[in-house]
Ligand binder design. Structure first.
Ligand code: NAP
Length: 312
């Protein structure tokens, strides 16, 4: 029997219980705060933003599954257990959701929707004539699970797609690949629509500051759906004001919700969404978690296991 300790604030836990039990009716689903005693025996944690120090109290936890692809909500816990594997969410639902969001956002920026919506509010018939997709250079920062599926979804539209990662990747048809800090400036210089799909690490925090944003061609757009720490918001606002950047779609922010008095709320050329680019779906996530528990029980490594040294 598999015991799962589930933690998610402000949402019903029933759909998660049902999704897990539908696949394996023998699962013992313990919904926080009903986690029982730390001495109850081996268990797997399946959590989102658990209270700091909670996981450390349950010394029988064999692995921690993050309800999302990001793990910064776990790694900021000063008492996070050190020798327990941490597994990032990597279910197909999450990938499909991100590919949809990135494709929608790229199309919106390519077709000038932020400007057209602003004109609509002014009852202005001013037209925007978009370039052909093949003349639009999309650059994806981060070529992991979500970056790769997003790139593959964009290709059939004809976009000129490039991706940037930390380590070198094998060549892919139709995608120009860049890796490492040394190639970042060249990657930015060839990018009309930048898509942020990077995790939050010490290396990616503040990476898109005014110097780097200024390396994008004049009029470029930026979409950030990875983590808010990537972009220095004051620098972004300045470059949007100066006209160097044309528009932005932001789904993630250094502080969420974005504070009510933030300058970004007032900008016509900015689309703000409340961290909904890709939401973990209970059916596909339950299958993913139970599949990976089986792997761990067999002594294998789980998919998407966090590498603490890399930070993602
Ligand atoms: N907005 C939302 O709703 C939402 C939903 C889900 C996920 N997310 C965010 O999306 C992020 C990406 O998810 P994923 O599943 O694609 O992660 P992933 O599979 O771990 O991929 C991360 C990518 O970032 C690259 N990278 C990391 N550090 C780098 C650095 N210093 N320089 C250059 N490249 C670097 C990695 O390079 P290598 O390939 O060389 O390792 C990899 O290509 C998550 O961490 C999460 O924060 C947001």
């Amino acid at each position: 029997m598999t015991r799962i300790l589930f933690y998610l604030e402000d949402y019903s836990h029933d759909i998660w219980r049902e999704a897990l039990l539908k696949i394996d009716p023998t699962v013992e689903f313990r919904s926080y705060p009903d986690w029982g005693s730390p001495d109850d025996g081996p268990a797997y944690a399946f959590v989102w933003e658990p209270k700091p120090r909670l996981l450390a109290q349950y010394h029988n936890i064999k692995a921690i599954f993050s309800l999302g692809a990001g793990v910064d909500h776990l790694t900021r816990d000063p008492a996070l257990p050190k020798d327990v594997p941490i597994i990032r969410m990597g279910d197909d639902g999450l990938k499909e959701g991100m590919a949809e969001f990135v494709t929608m956002s790229v199309l919106m920026h390519h077709r000038g929707m932020p400007a057209l919506l602003a004109k609509q509010r002014q009852k202005d018939w001013g037209r925007f004539f978009a370039r052909a997709a093949r003349d639009v250079r999309v650059g994806i920062l981060g070529f992991g699970a979500l970056g790769q599926v997003s790139a593959a979804t964009l290709l059939p539209f004809g976009y000129d797609v490039a991706a940037w990662s930390r380590t070198e990747k094998l060549p892919r048809n139709g995608i120009s690949l860049y890796h490492g800090t040394g190639s970042l400036d060249a990657f930015l210089a060839r990018t009309d629509i930048l898509v942020g799909l990077l995790p939050s690490t010490s290396e990616t925090s503040g990476l898109m500051n005014s110097d780097r944003l200024a390396r994008l061609p004049r009029g470029a757009s930026i979409i950030n759906a990875g983590r808010g720490s990537l972009v220095v918001l004051d620098d972004l606002v300045e470059l949007l004001h100066s006209g160097h950047l044309g528009a932005a779609s932001l789904d993630v922010f250094p502080e969420e919700p974005l504070p009510m008095d933030h300058a970004l709320w007032g900008l016509d050329n900015v689309i703000i969404t409340p961290h909904i680019a890709a939401i973990t779906r209970p059916d596909t996530a339950a299958e993913y978690v139970l599949r990976n528990i089986k792997k761990l029980e067999r002594g294998e490594t789980a998919e998407n296991q966090l590498d603490m040294k890399r930070g993602y």
